[in-house]
Design a protein. Sequence first.
Length: 263
Amino acid sequence: MGRIISIANQKGGVGKTTTTINLAASLAVMGKKVLIVDVDPQANASSGLGIDIRKVKNTVYECLVGKISAKDAIMKTEIDSLHIIPSHIDLVGVEVEFVREENTIKEPNKVLKKLLAEVKDDYDYILLDCLPSLGIITVNALTASDSVIIPVQCEYFALEGIGQLLNTIKIIKTSLNTALEIDGFLLTMYDGRLRLANQVYEEVKKHFKDLVFDTVIQRNTRLSEAPSHGKPVVVYDPESKGALNYMQLAKELVVRTDNKKKN
């Protein structure tokens, strides 16, 4: 049975999509079967894997409004064991659809969970690329997930908004998904030459202790370039610092997952 993980932080520009694409690709290169579910209307995880979202007919939107099953929307990528359910700008209207269909959708916060139940056994990991907000789509993602990875950018306002996200996770854990847990906080865009980056690292470590991943994602030009070529960095430049960082993160996540299974 696959582990479903949301990559979430309502603060934009912290590396959610970069982490979703590259962690998924790294896990796939390690031999894991991985599915990305792009639940961000911007669809950057989809385009970042080379999918022309203008030509895709079956997306996560069609799944959520009940037109197709999750299996009908799955697309292959250039990495054999990495698949994706793409997104589309139409996803911004899903909340309206849920209200319109309130008589037939009894549990609007659990729609995604029910969808993924049919494919969960086909994958080792399912990663959900969440949009930067705490609306109904993100609530659906967290309700469907076993755990959350929270990317934190190494900048001045790094911890701003995390309290709100943690409160949302707590509410969902209480009312919708008692099994939800935090896999860890991931520090992104780290530049060891900057005193501020080191201060942020120390502050996050002090606040969240063992919940902080040992792996830190460093600023890397090749990592920034890869999405414009529609490739994860592990394919675009496997020797780059960004690729090595995400391979290290994938290995750390697998160890953490295995330890949880033993416990």
